[in-house]
Design a protein around this ligand. Sequence first.
Ligand SMILES: [Zn+2]
Length: 260
Amino acid sequence: MIDTHCHLNTEPLWSERDHWKHTLDDLDAVIVVGFDRLSSERAMVLAQQHANVYAAIGFHPDSALEWNDAEASWLISATQMPKVVAIGEIGLDLYRRHDTLEAQWNALRAQQAIARDAGLPVIYHCRPTAESNDAYDLLTPQLVSEASDVRAVVHCFGGSPENAVALWDAGFYTGFDGPLTYKKSTLLREIAKACPDTRMLVETDAPYLSPEPFRGKFPNLPECVRQVATKLAEVRSMSVDDCIEQVDANARALFTGIVR
Ligand SMILES: [Zn+2]
C-alpha cells in the first residue's frame, strides 16, 4: 500500500526518524512532501536512505515569500535527482495569510512551469479562510484553464462538490486523508463517494491529521493510510482490498517515478 503524502521531513518525525523508520516496512511506497527548501532537501535524503521512500519537492504557499530566482534554479536542478517523483506541495493558503496572495500566485505559476518542463506531476495544497471556500474557488479555475496539461492531485481535498467535479472533469486527482474519517465530514464523504474510481488517492499528511480511531494522536504515521483506505472503501461500498488495489494503481499512474 502507498501513502502518497506525508511529512517525515518535519518534527517530530524528522528528529525521531530512527525510532519510526520500522513503521515504513509494511508500505510499498511513501511520498515525503517538501514545503520549502530545507524540507525538500530532507525528503531527498530520506528517499536516498529508504528504498520505499520517494520525494516531492517544492515551495508551499506559506513559503511564498522565500521563492526567488535562486530557489527556482535550485528546484529546476533538483528535479533531475533520483527518486524525485513530483513537484509539491504548492498552491494557495488563505487560512494563514491573505497578504501574500500575489506572492503565492507567483510561486504557484512558476512551479507549475517547472513541473511542466520536467515532466513531473504536481501535488497541490489548498486551504481557504475559515468558514469559506475562497482558496478553492480561486485555485480550481486556474488549474482547469491554465494547468490541466500537468498531471496533479489536490491533496487533503476540502473544496466544494462543484470544485471536485470541475477538477475531475479536467483530469485531476483528489487526495483523501484523516478528515474523511471524522464525524462531521459528511460533505467530504459525499464527495469521496462520487469520486470516479480512477481519480481517488489516499494519504496521511503525517504527522498531522491522524484518522479515527486515532484522532488527536500525534504524531500520525504513514501506516495509518490503511484507516483512510478502510473508510474510503466503506463510503464507496467496496471491499477494502479492492479499494487499496484501486488507489495504489492510481498512485502509480500519477506518480510514475514509483518503481517498487
Ligand atoms: Zn502536506
